[in-house]
Design a protein around this ligand. Sequence first.
Ligand SMILES: [Zn+2]
Ligand SMILES: [Zn+2]
Ligand SMILES: [Zn+2]
Ligand SMILES: [Zn+2]
Ligand SMILES: [Zn+2]
Ligand SMILES: [Zn+2]
Length: 371
Amino acid sequence: MSEEQTVSLVDVLEEDEELEEEASAVLAGSDSDHCSYPQGYVKRQALYACNTCTPKGGEAAGVCLACSYKCHEGHDLFELYTKRNFRCDCGNRKFSELQCKLYPEKEEVNSLNKYSQNFFGVYCTCGRPYPDPDDQVEDEMIQCVVCEDWLHGRHLGCLVPDCVELQEMICEACMNKNPFLWTYAAHLAVPGVAVQVKEETGTDESNTNLPKKEEKPSCKRSREEAEPSCRLKELDAIGKKRVQSGAVFWPSAWRSRLCSCNACKESLSEAGLSFLLDESDTVLAYENKGKSNEQGQQRHDPLMSALDNLNRVQQLEIIHGYNDMKTELKDFLQRFAAEGKVVTPDDIRQFFEQQQSRKRQRVDAGRFYCT
Ligand SMILES: [Zn+2]
Ligand SMILES: [Zn+2]
Ligand SMILES: [Zn+2]
Ligand SMILES: [Zn+2]
Ligand SMILES: [Zn+2]
Ligand SMILES: [Zn+2]
């Protein structure tokens, strides 16, 4: 084993502080000390729902990261991962007893917040909790970038691509609500392989047996006078077909390929989808923003590279269980110290993997990316 691949216990303990910073980078713009309410509707932030304060049957409410720590400590929280354009509800009219400790001066309600079943701890088209005590099937949860609900891989109605790390998913319901997306899908998206198709055609290009929905206008504006260059209309004119069922996976930077002519902008806005023209709306951009705060820090030591190489699920779980983890990491490292051994990146990785499988059994809400 070469010098570079090993790190002494002392080194690792010194990195502890940096690990913490790295961890917080994954939660990016989410401030763990200050309620985000004064920032208004935050473009994207980590959110939590409190089953203790606002249980099912009442009104849905969401609280920011800092409030989840400071105002709802010990409560039964659902981790909602991140959602866009949300303003912290902590302590507002929806909370009968609780007062926000961080920012009590809130309006009664935040009328522009959008709520979903996730705020009551249920997910997917099947409306189940995550983890689901009645479900023994190992399955990842993937977030739809439009409705922001989390869906089981097996309930997407399509095959989940091997690596979805950099891809964005739009669920079937959201696709059908916005049929022009099917036109883009035919050209931009990962080829669809529907899994609920009864007649197997063998290849994904010859889906002639599938019900066709092409007759639907794929753009609300399609009957208006064509602007000189509307990419959507051009794509429409090419008439390329694809399976129009199941969720759709989109490759990285697909948003930048959407038409942003005035007509398209307007119909996106009417559909509440303006964020699709905004690359900085993506979860990836959110995470990168956090990471860029970390630039300038040394990145070449084995502990940091091990963390870098973890997938997003593992990283997120580390964040959410960070404090538990810190204690356990120290215990783990003590064993090496006792045996006089050096700690390798593999040891660290193994530790995190054990952490992850333990967390998975404990965590109250699902927000897993497939890797
Ligand atoms: Zn808050
Ligand atoms: Zn609470
Ligand atoms: Zn609060
Ligand atoms: Zn499901
Ligand atoms: Zn959706
Ligand atoms: Zn256009």
